[in-house]
Design a binder for this molecule. Structure first.
Ligand code: PFF
Length: 469
């Protein structure tokens, strides 16, 4: 293979925006609040924060290091360092592919809500919940929105990821942030909001089980875009003079901040409106419009801007997922970019349609006990990402050279990384054991056991055929 200078991010801020753009998405604003709601609130949030700090941050540093060291996307990076580990990269590609099986469906909902915001959704606040239910279970409308959302991804990734997406993110991510602060401020000042703050900040550990830990761990990986090679790929474009641990810290703090802010925006209002915290996947689409509806005319405008920003946040994440699949086809299979994008996008069109229909028309159809949307969601979030993270930690801790890692993380000794030894021991010993325990406890207490074993089976098959991948 010819050695050419690898393309770099336009600027440091460009990289942080892209990596934070990948991390901040539906995971923070749609998923984190409803998972917290279903898992009892603050106890889940505390466990989540613990995992981000002890596991997520270290894994992100590791992914950046592997990517920048090898200057290759996930599969190539593993392969270059140790051929037997190719499967861990391929598992990441499969995860990206599966997440794209359901992510565009929710992205489509966000997009639809831009239009719905300005066409009367807020006029009848009491009907907002029913409207959402009717919308996602119908057979045509959500499918069309999903297809539009997916098409945006295809267009952006076909052009190459740096240009447009970097620019859109620079404007719209800060917009989203400001809006969330505004919504949170409104939410906490509603009468009766105190119960929501209690729910968020007063831990009730009686509801915690092994499944809670697994949900929190999976969410930490999902939200930080870890365990599937995405940050390896992004790191491979990172300039040699950048401070990797510092970048990882900034991205993690931004991501966690947005998730917490989404929680503070939603739960106080939810309790103020007398709703149940465990309403599930519709949470953000039901509570946020109600907050805006209570604001009168200006609420319509805010609602539209909020869903535009949410769509863009989703888009900056989903393009990174599509890019993982495309980078694999280009780097490892030698395909052209366009052919890779259209082929991957074509298959995602089919999985996206099936996922969307599984909310309504095809709700009776199940695989291993769950609908198609849940199949992709649970398989990735509850097993592939966590195991992907475990594999990465073992790989970095036991199969890479310590000196080489120190070199990479200190830019050849030119910058300081005072916590290097702590990071190294976490990655080598603590994280693999911690993930293994959580995965074991989670799998034994989760309802969807057949699906979990199926997932483990896929990983085993990949590992066995690793050399052929
Ligand atoms: N982190 C994204 C979110 O929170 O919405 C989802 C995601 C993107 C997961 C990229 C994994 C990934 F590689």
């Amino acid at each position: 293979m010819e050695k050419k200078q690898r393309e770099n991010w336009g600027s440091r801020i460009g990289f942080i925006m892209a990596a934070a753009g990948s991390a901040v998405g539906l995971g923070n604003i749609w998923r984190f609040p409803y998972l917290a709601g279903e898992n009892g609130g603050s106890a889940f949030i505390l466990i989540y924060l613990g995992f981000v700090l002890v596991i997520g941050l270290s894994i992100m540093i590791s992914e950046f290091a592997v990517g920048r060291r090898t200057e290759l996307a996930a599969v190539g990076a593993y392969k270059k360092i140790n051929k037997n580990w190719t499967f861990a990269g391929v598992l990441g590609v499969l995860s990206a592919f599966f997440i794209m099986g359901f992510y565009p469906v929710v992205g489509g909902w966000a997009l639809a809500y831009v239009l719905k915001s300005v066409t009367g959704l807020l006029a009848d606040a009491a009907a907002i919940g029913d409207t959402f239910g009717a919308f996602i279970t119908s057979s045509i409308e959500p499918v069309i929105w999903m297809l539009i959302f997916l098409a945006m991804n295809i267009v952006i990734v076909a052009k190459g990821i740096a240009g447009g997406i970097e620019k859109a993110g620079k404007v719209l991510m800060p917009t989203l942030f400001v809006l969330l602060i505004l919504i949170a401020a409104r939410s906490v000042t509603l009468p009766g909001a105190g119960a929501g703050l209690d729910f968020l900040f007063k831990p009730d550990f009686s509801v915690v089980t092994g499944a809670t830990f697994l949900a929190a761990l999976g969410q930490a990986f999902f939200s930080l875009s870890l365990g599937m090679g995405c940050m390896i790929t992004y790191g491979s474009y990172l300039n040699k003079s950048e401070n990797l641990p510092q970048n990882a810290l900034i991205v993690s703090v931004l991501d966690t901040g947005v998730a917490l802010l989404a929680g503070i925006a939603i739960f106080p209002a939810l309790f103020a409106f007398g709703m149940e915290p465990a309403v599930g996947a519709g949470l953000v689409f039901v509570v946020v419009p109600q907050i805006f509806a209570a604001m009168g005319g200006i609420g319509t405008l805010f609602s539209a801007i909020f869903f535009i920003a949410l769509t863009v946040a989703a888009l900056t994440s989903s393009v990174s997922l599509l890019e993982v699949v495309v980078a694999y086809l280009i780097d490892q299979r030698g395909w052209e970019r366009k052919k890779s994008v259209y082929t991957a996008g074509g298959i995602m069109t089919v999985t996206g349609i099936l996922s969307s229909l599984s909310m309504g028309l095809m709700s009776g159809f199940t695989i291993l006990g769950v609908g198609i949307f849940d199949f992709f969601d649970i398989l990735t979030d509850k097993i592939f990402l966590a195991i992907g993270g475990l594999l990465l930690a073992v790989f970095v801790g036991w199969f890479m050279d310590k000196q080489e890692l120190e070199d990479e993380l200190t830019n050849g000794g030119t910058i300081k990384f005072g916590l290097f030894n702590i990071w190294y021991n976490l990655v080598k010993y603590v994280i693999p054991v911690a993930i293994a325990i959580v995965a074991f406890a989670g799998i034994t207490s989760i309802a969807q056991k057949p699906l979990m074993f199926f997932g483990l089976g896929i990983i085993a098959v990949l590992a066995i055929f690793s050399k052929k991948l």
